[in-house]
Ligand binder design. Structure first.
Ligand code: SAM
Length: 196
């Protein structure tokens, strides 16, 4: 998919369902690289991407994962899923919400890493709590979780609230430098699960 087509499809999805899509444009390649940088990508690893959308992060994972079985994606939007299936035929995509990863067949404590660009600030607190709980349950002890928040939101009450919510579910949280080559600029949060 060309960048222009990805942007167009993304904009259409935003106009149809702004709360789930969460942004006017896909993540930049620079943000995608920063998001996957802390994840263990080699060997018998299992990585789950929540909300692959038009594949900005999926593409970088496809370049770096040593085998296709390492990847699973969970996406709500069926139009995005059809395109993802065509572009990444060796990857496994599940249709549904990350609120019920266990119900979608992701086993408990099976994942080495979870990467997600879902629009946290637009989700209800109860939905975020369910997703964080499902991530914790499906990650291995000391598994990695990476996500991002737009930089300007980190200074607002809603951004601070989300960081607090993540801190309750995960132990260490490290912040990346600001990724200016993204619109809007973003900061990646790299979290590790609490020991069980
Ligand atoms: C901001 S877009 C990010 C897309 C892509 N990962 C990127 O970085 O460009 C958020 C994506 O998360 C998906 N999404 C939102 N809520 C979700 C949920 N509860 N479970 C799974 N996917 C979800 C949306 O359909 C959308 O594709």
């Amino acid at each position: 998919m060309s960048d222009a087509k990805a942007r167009f499809d993304f904009l259409l999805a935003f106009l149809r369902d702004p709360l789930s899509t969460g942004s006017l444009t896909p993540s930049s390649r620079e943000l995608a690289i920063e998001l996957i940088e802390p994840l263990p990508l080699h060997g018998q690893t299992k990585i789950l991407e929540i909300g692959p959308g038009t594949g900005a992060v999926t593409k970088v994972l496809a370049e770096r994962l040593s085998h296709a079985e390492a990847y699973q994606g969970v996406e709500l939007n069926s139009d995005f899923l059809s395109d993802l299936g065509r572009r990444f035929p060796k990857f496994r995509f599940l249709e549904g919400s990350a609120e019920d990863l266990l119900g979608l067949g992701v086993p408990t404590q099976s994942l080495d890493g979870v990467v997600s660009a879902v629009p946290w600030t637009l989700l209800k607190p109860a939905t975020r709590a369910k997703i964080f709980s499902q991530i914790r349950q499906t990650l291995k002890p000391e598994g990695h979780f990476t996500t991002f928040l737009y930089w300007h939101l980190l200074h607002l009450p809603v951004g601070k609230k989300i960081v607090r919510e993540i801190s309750k579910s995960f132990s260490r949280i490290e912040r990346s430098p600001i990724v200016f080559k993204n619109f809007p600029p973003a900061v990646v949060l790299h979290c590790q699960s609490r020991k069980k």
